[in-house]
Design a protein around this ligand. Structure first.
Ligand code: SF4
Ligand code: SF4
Length: 394
């Protein structure tokens, strides 16, 4: 297939749904009370760069103009350091009919009572969900006792709470350990216990070369890569960063991947910039097959690409896709071979009516040629980088 054939036309926009953002994340600042090793934004105390309240409100207002927008997430850095501005922003999003979630390390929950006071303001402003991140690295700065204080205050205020736990082979803090805390055991005996959940997620470094050991079967290789699914964050989430950039996913490595940012300018709306990103074939490919399969496909063409047993988190694999010059060269030369297959899968996922539809297996030979109307543009990754990798924090 010739490169020009990439401009396949597909009837996509007559039933919008998948490639419309449903979540807008506000990373107002990378300032944090902690400075965890491998933090995705190199967060630490004392970072000054931040979005002012007026800029946060402006982003939320722009995000609301997408009919599909449902949820505003406040993360960071440590979003609770925004103080009253966080409460005002939650209140504003709520007033626009949007759900809200805060992602925090829980440093503010020094006692259950003080946690209740802080969360009461957010609850009154309309806060719908709370996430607290913890694990071996986090607990060097925020002890588990505070995390449990935050959980108990949250459920008392009827705010669903998820505790996100770092996952790596050797670790002290585990899901089982948190669930066996006496206060959590007592909570789980009550009806309010249903508001509490835990999720373990691989802890990852911010370099494509570094490996964090994981339990057997967690690191991707040729024997398990078929189980990996497409990325359901890309283009379904837009992200405002402290410097005013807008990303097209909430990935941990997004800040280091210039291609995952919108091309914003003074005379261009968020909607126009987003529309351009939806036609970038690479974004669609990430959505449909995910970075792990793209990496495996590239390695099938260039066996010198070293990818097996290095990546557990899909954003870590994504960094390898964008940072490895050998992978970029294979994509540049061969991506057009994947266009029909990926676009047909994309349409089928879309027609299934759910972004959570199972991945579809289509062989290239049985792939029909898509009908036309939509043009998948040449992916930005095939061009040589002209913009520097963004500095994580100032
Ligand atoms: S608490 Fe989160 S944002 Fe803060 S340094 Fe640790 S990983 Fe980074
Ligand atoms: S896998 Fe890539 S596109 Fe998806 S969220 Fe992670 S960095 Fe973003």
């Amino acid at each position: 297939m010739e490169n020009n054939d990439v401009k396949e036309k597909i009837r996509l926009w007559d039933s919008p749904g998948i490639m419309s953002p449903q979540i807008a994340t506000v990373l107002a600042s990378y300032n944090c009370t902690a400075s965890c090793t491998h933090c995705c934004f190199d967060s630490h105390p004392g970072i000054k760069t931040r979005l002012e309240l007026a800029e946060i409100i402006k982003f939320i207002d722009s995000a609301r103009q997408f009919d599909t927008m449902k949820l505003i997430v406040f993360s960071g850095g440590e979003c609770f350091l925004l103080g009253d501005d966080l409460t005002r922003a939650v209140e504003h999003a709520t007033g626009l009919g949007l759900r809200t979630r805060c992602v925090t390390n829980g440093y503010w929950a020094r006692t259950e009572e003080s946690a209740m006071r802080r969360l009461s303001d957010l609850k009154a402003a309309g806060l719908c969900e709370l996430n607290i991140s913890t694990g071996d690295h986090h607990q060097k700065y925020v002890p588990q006792r505070l995390v449990i204080n935050g959980v108990l205050a949250s459920v008392k205020l009827d705010i669903p709470i998820v505790v996100m736990i770092e996952l790596q082979k050797e670790r002290r803090v585990t899901d089982a350990g948190i669930r066996s805390d006496r206060r959590i055991v007592d909570l789980l005996k009550t009806p309010a216990g249903k508001l509490f959940r835990t999720v373990e997620s691989p802890w990852m470094p911010m370099s494509a070369e570094e490996v964090i050991p994981q339990q057997r079967g967690r690191l991707i290789n040729n024997s398990n890569v078929h189980k990996r699914r497409g990325c359901r964050s890309v283009l379904t989430t837009i992200v405002a960063t402290p410097t005013g950039d807008v990303g097209v996913c909430c990935g941990l490595t997004r800040e280091r991947i210039p291609e995952l940012h919108l091309q914003m300018s003074a005379n261009r709306s968020l909607q126009e910039a987003y529309a351009q990103a939806t036609s970038d074939f690479m974004n669609i490919w990430l959505f449909v097959e995910g970075p792990e399969r793209i990496l495996a496909w590239a390695a099938s063409k260039d066996p010198a690409i070293d990818w097996e047993n290095k990546y557990a988190h899909h954003c870590h694999a994504c960094l390898a896709v964008f940072d490895n010059e050998r992978v970029r060269a294979i994509i540049r030369e061969h991506y057009h071979e994947k266009v029909n297959e990926v676009l047909v899968k994309y349409i089928l996922i879309k027609k299934s009516g759910s972004v959570l539809a199972p991945d579809l297996e289509l062989s290239s030979s049985s792939t029909p040629t898509p009908e036309t109307e939509f043009q998948a543009a040449e992916p930005a990754i095939v061009r040589h980088r002209t913009i520097p990798i963004l500095a994580a924090s100032q």
